[in-house]
Design a binder for this molecule. Sequence first.
Ligand code: PHE
Length: 348
Amino acid sequence: MIKNFKQIEQTVCDITNKISIESNKNDLQIIKQQVIGRNGILTKAFTELRNLSKETKIDVAKKLNNLRDHFLKKYEEIITKYKNNTLKTKIDTTIPSLSFHGVLHPFSNIIADIKRIMFAMGFNYEEGPSIENEYYNFEALNISSNHSSRDSHDTFYLYHTEQKAKKLLRTHTTSVQIRALESEKNKINGNTSLRIFSIGDVYRRDDDATHAPMFHQFEGLLISQDTSIAELKGYITRFLVSFFEVNYLPIRFRPHYFPFTEPSIEVDIMCYKENDKLKVGKCSNGNWMEILGAGMISRNILDRAGYDNVNGFAFGMGIERLAMLKLGIQNLHDFVGSSYPWIMQYGV
Ligand code: PHE
């Protein structure tokens, strides 16, 4: 924490400076929460004091107290002005602008982490269109028009007429697999493998605290002569351990069903609650949480795409869920809420 003290000080000062130009009471309340609320920056810093040696503790505590006093003074000043309704008339437009350093949205950091790990494992990045046709999103993946699994996707269709093929907002990034299988067909031979991954927006008719009509998925695909489900498990384990940056992560592989993989599996990781926040890792009172779907690519999909004598596997997962677990974020909708204090808290 000591080495972070400068950062804490900078953040609190930035926030303190910012309150002088705030005019919205609600925002002021959020800012107060951010600094001295239950999970506020300073509140957390104070609880971490107990990890310090006696001498440094006294010194850091003093600095933290000063910071808190400074913040509260400024805050009370503004609140009083606000009450007297003098704030608006007293804005001095000649004051030089604040020196403010922006942060990357937490989602950008999560995507950068995924890319770094996948590139290190030898996978290339591929993108596909968000507006898909039924062939790539469903049919080529063994999901015909009357297939029951289409219900669980609850698709947004864009338009269709008798003459034109239906267009839709893709319900998963698995459509990119088929496109990649088609475009890379002539590039793979006996000694080479195809390794690609894709990241992108996907859409389903779903909306509650843990689902949104638009979310993001990340998907990996490997085709080679001798790949196997053992190798698939190895890649998934390596990815999850690197992503969550834990030394040991309990992972559970369960049989499942997807129309485009055979056999199919679902993968759970162990999570537990600490101070009301969900954390990833081993714990005696941990629970399993489903994190991804995977499997060996169905034979008929490979045949249809013209791949003989090779095997393949694929895995796919929701990026919001990965991000929520890694950063301890509770509400999925915060990612698109554009709240300034939130971005300052979770961005880097
Ligand atoms: N497309 C599946 C989903 O959206 C995930 C998946 C990808 C499963 C690849 C198996 C293989 O739930």
